[in-house]
Design a protein around this ligand. Sequence first.
Ligand code: ADP
Ligand code: MG
Length: 188
Amino acid sequence: MANSHGPITGAQGVGKQVSECVFVGIGSNLGRSASNIKAVADELGRFATGKVGCSSLWRSEPVGLAKGAAPFVNAVVCFDCSMTPVQLLQGLQEMEVRYGRSPNPLREGYESRTMDLDILSFGQRILAGQPLTLPHPRAWQRLFVLLPLQELAPEFRFPGRDESLQQLISVAPGIQIELLSEQPGQPG
Ligand code: ADP
Ligand code: MG
């Protein structure tokens, strides 16, 4: 039977990699957000064993940021991945920096950012701790994740949670959010 947690090591599968379905949330409220998100979605192909699926782009009001912060552009992508979760996290963090994010170790709470890439879920894995928590600890409460996710995978359920996306959406804290461009996101 296939091992769903990394390379197969049994006699049948020496050297074969098993891919797991990964969902990544993308957010940006600084710079050329829409075109950068589109570029990132394309570039994520190098972590994928197949095609990258991308939701529409959504525009959401900034939550938990200082007054006057620019609205966010958000999307969710999914792809099959044969890396480990930590390898993927490192790859995403390298992309965040390359797309202009400067880490601020002194920050408290949320801040504006050119690119934020969060692993929403990685197969059925459940992890708690450093450097990674899976599924992402706050994603299930965020409309700017749930709405694009519902577009992409309406039957998705967060590993370890029973609720459907529709149920999570109906109880998530209300925010202003609207469709910015139909899938696939157009540069802007
Ligand atoms: P947030 O996305 O909540 O605003 P950051 O992007 O600044 O916060 O992430 C801070 C840290 O969150 C990262 O250094 C990373 O190690 C950790 N982290 C924990 N779980 C995840 C996850 N599922 N996806 C991405 N980062 C995560
Ligand atoms: Mg993040």
